[in-house]
Design a protein. Structure first.
Lengths: 156, 97
């Protein structure tokens, strides 16, 4: 995708998404008058938006205070590497977040357990973690920092 | 102060599956690796949208909190968010129809 073209498509897309029905069609008639391929691109994105539904609408990270969910096989009370898992504090679409204590550093950390499928490709998980870390560099209290990735074979 | 977090691939993760966890909703899990690819592509043409998706989807911030962090209006976040969703959804579903 070319950035200039995307900027052009994006500008129209955002305005189109604020309109509906005839108003939207009329708007597209006007702004895409001389460029049918521009209209096609915008309309495909409108369709994508309408199909997207709840896509991305729930964060992968939901911290809910004191949620007690004692699923069987919970890691609560167990040691994962040098972390003692204390309690489940939240759940997201793909993972659960636990409060744990880091025995080496003597501090409390949040541990996010990803399903095994997501952790088989170490490089991609690493990049994902990097992005999350970049987000956390903004130092907002609600943003959680990825602290460490422990390879499967180092976890007992 | 931000909490620290660790991603662990552990036996524990295998046992606490999405399906078993009682407080989870029923939404289908997003394919995080496909999303990662799509977000990298989006970042190349529109870094701000990528940032907004990181803050909202990964960081769990609301529209208002995202606006505050990025020092832009909530209306801008909402418009950018809708467009980013359309873009990413299209990128992740292309060729699968």
């Amino acid at each position: 995708v070319n950035a200039d073209r995307w900027h052009q498509v994006d500008t129209i897309l955002k305005k189109a998404l604020e309109r509906d029905g005839c108003d939207r069609a009329g708007f597209l008639d006007r702004v895409c008058d001389s460029d049918p391929s521009l209209r096609e691109e915008v309309e495909a994105l409108i369709v994508a938006y309408e199909r997207a539904g709840s896509f991305l609408e729930s964060t992968i990270l939901k911290i809910s205070d004191g949620a007690e969910a004692e699923a069987s096989g919970t890691p609560v009370g167990r040691a994962l590497g040098h972390y003692d898992v204390k309690e489940l504090v939240g759940s997201g679409g793909m993972s659960n977040v636990y409060l744990a204590e880091d025995r080496r550093l003597g501090r409390r950390v949040a541990i996010k357990l990803l399903p095994p499928d997501f952790t088989t490709d170490a490089e991609r998980v690493r990049r994902f973690a990097q992005e999350a870390r970049a987000a956390s560099a903004l130092n907002h209290p609600n943003i959680i920092t990825i602290y460490e990735i422990v390879p499967r074979d180092r976890v007992h | 102060m931000p909490e620290a977090i660790s991603m662990l691939s552990a036996e524990g993760a295998r046992k606490v599956s999405i399906e078993d966890a009682p407080i989870l909703g029923h939404e289908p899990a997003t394919d995080i690796l496909a999303l990662d690819d799509a977000m990298n592509a989006l970042e190349a043409v529109d870094p701000r949208k990528c940032r907004i998706v990181e803050l909202r989807f990964i960081g769990g911030l609301s529209i208002e909190e995202t606006a505050e962090v990025l020092e832009i209006s909530t209306a801008t976040v909402e418009r950018e968010w809708r467009s980013a969703k359309a873009w990413l959804y299209q990128a992740m579903t292309e060729g699968k129809a």
